[in-house]
Write a protein that binds this ligand. Structure first.
Ligand SMILES: [Ca+2]
Ligand SMILES: [Ca+2]
Length: 229
């Protein structure tokens, strides 16, 4: 399937309030990757179809909103056709650090990201908490660094990740998402490249050595997901 181009809208919101009691950091940056309807690529009956991924960065962290063509269902329901997936974050906006994105494993492989943190929308606790995982390059493992409860409302899944859960990153980062059921992946966003939240340098092209190193480092987790998908 030919994937169409991605519209990326960037909006800088500057608060006019100079006497806010909520403290510093009223400057926020919102970036959205819109995704076409009807571009799912799975084979089964239930096809979660993304329409967009929106990230809002402020000095305290990242707000995310994942939008779909239909009302979302949490995996806490126990239904294997609920919404599963992950948002991958390249917090230093460098493909040379981190590991391969699952958006590349289950998509066309064009994100250009080296993934440093993952919002894992597979591993829900019974009380609806999901983990944020840090990738450890020294031993190719993942550590849970934060847990929170995402909101399921209408056609949207949303939540907030504090910067402390992203290694105290400045919040300027690259991101991409893959979703599906527990049975198979069904959609990614953006369809090519990644969603860029601020920063200055474009992602460098993937060198052959770097790509091979990333592929090897990624193998353990890939095996884990392949057993699911
Ligand atoms: Ca879509
Ligand atoms: Ca990286």
């Amino acid at each position: 399937m030919t994937r169409s181009s991605v519209v990326v809208l960037a909006l800088v919101v500057l608060s006019a309030c100079s006497h806010s009691s909520t403290g510093p950091g009223t400057t926020s940056l919102t970036v959205k990757a819109t995704d076409p309807s009807g571009d799912t690529y799975g084979n089964l009956a239930v096809q979660w179809d993304l329409t967009g991924l929106t990230l809002t960065r402020d000095t305290g962290g990242i707000d995310f909103a994942i939008d779909f063509t239909s009302s979302v269902q949490s995996p806490v329901s126990g239904d294997s056709d609920a919404v599963y997936g992950e948002i991958d974050f390249d917090t230093d906006q460098s493909i040379t650090t981190g590991t391969t994105s699952f958006v590349d494993v289950f998509g066309p492989g064009s994100t250009g990201m080296g993934v440093d943190y993952v919002l894992d929308l597979f591993d829900y606790t019974p009380d609806s908490l999901v983990p944020v995982l840090r990738y450890n390059a020294n031993d190719s493992t993942y550590s849970t660094v934060y847990s929170f409860r995402p909101m399921f409302s209408g056609k949207r899944i949303s939540g907030r990740i504090p910067r402390s859960a992203l290694g105290n990153d400045d919040g300027f980062l690259n991101a991409a998402i893959v979703v599906g059921t527990l049975r198979e992946p069904t959609d990614i966003a953006p369809n090519s490249g990644h969603l860029k939240v601020g920063g200055t340098a474009p992602a460098p092209p993937v060198g052959r050595v770097a790509a091979e190193a990333l592929r090897e480092a990624h193998s353990r987790r890939a095996a884990k997901w392949t057993s699911r998908w």
